[in-house]
Design a protein around this ligand. Structure first.
Ligand SMILES: C[S@@+](CC[C@H](N)C(=O)[O-])C[C@H]1O[C@@H](n2cnc3c(N)ncnc32)[C@H](O)[C@@H]1O
Length: 242
């Protein structure tokens, strides 16, 4: 491991546990995205789908921004307790909200960051332009990193993915390749895709999840070992509002 951005992640190793992780290590995904596209210090950032708030903490401490930690499945009160315990409650505000109906003023954010979450609500035509973009200031940044596939699944890959998703077509339909995401988001005078990539931290992010002791991590590892790992990727996108 010789990536220069890997060292700051070590400070957070105590959080790589089943109590905080909700999937492949979101801190590694965010760390790599910020290394490749740093955010301006002092900005106002929505962490959309923040889960237990690990990424919100990382944004506050490492990117030095003010964070609106927004999530649907995790109660704001639980995150408020964690943010107080972590000493970041003056910089990170917990909000319970659905990405489809966000409770914010339009044009309010310098950045909207969504780590391991956007694929749950963003994989439909119009979500980006109608539900996300309006909340960015002009010049503001949307940054997402999410699990996906190297190519749209077919044959054995499609069968294995569907089995892994326990037959749920909705869950299956959250996994797409980079080209699919770029086609879905499309092109417009209102925004520009400034970075799209398959992330380098793939192996470490999954390994942290497998050894976290989370029961889903154990199940995911079994599917990786059966061949799923050949087909998967983490997709990173950065889009700027014009
Ligand atoms: C796998 S967890 C990842 C959480 C966190 N970003 C992390 O990586 O640790 C996915 C998160 O997406 C959030 N989510 C899913 N659908 C959502 C929606 N419609 N609006 C807001 N958050 C949503 C869930 O509440 C959940 O916490």
């Amino acid at each position: 491991m010789n990536r220069e951005y890997n060292s700051r992640i070590e400070k957070y190793r105590e959080f790589f546990t089943k109590e905080y992780l909700m999937g492949p290590n979101s801190l590694r995904l965010l760390d790599e995205m910020l290394a490749k596209y740093p955010l301006k210090e002092g900005g106002r950032v929505m962490d959309l789908g923040c889960g237990t708030g690990l990424t919100s903490m990382f944004l506050a401490k490492e990117a030095k921004v003010k964070v609106f930690a927004t999530d649907l499945w995790i109660a704001a009160a639980q995150n408020a307790e964690r943010f107080k315990k972590w000493g970041i409650d003056d910089q990170v505000i917990p909000i319970h909200a659905d990405a489809n109906v966000l409770p914010y003023a339009e044009g309010y954010f310098d950045a909207i960051v969504s780590i391991d979450a956007y694929h749950y609500f963003g994989a439909k035509k119009g979500v980006f332009t109608e539900k996300i973009l309006p909340y960015l200031k002009k010049g503001g940044i949307f940054m997402a990193a999410m699990p996906g596939v190297k190519e749209e699944p077919d044959g054995e890959a499609a069968d294995l993915l569907l089995e892994w998703m326990e037959g749920s077509k909705d869950d299956y339909d959250t996994f797409h390749c980079r080209k699919w995401w770029l086609d879905l988001i499309g092109k417009s005078d209102e925004f520009e895709v400034v970075l799209d990539l398959d992330l380098d931290c793939y192996e470490e992010a999954w390994n942290d999840w497998f050894v976290s002791g989370h029961e889903y991590g154990v199940k995911d590892k079994a599917y990786m070992d059966r061949g799923m790992e050949r087909y998967l990727s983490f997709i990173g996108l950065v889009i700027q509002r014009k």
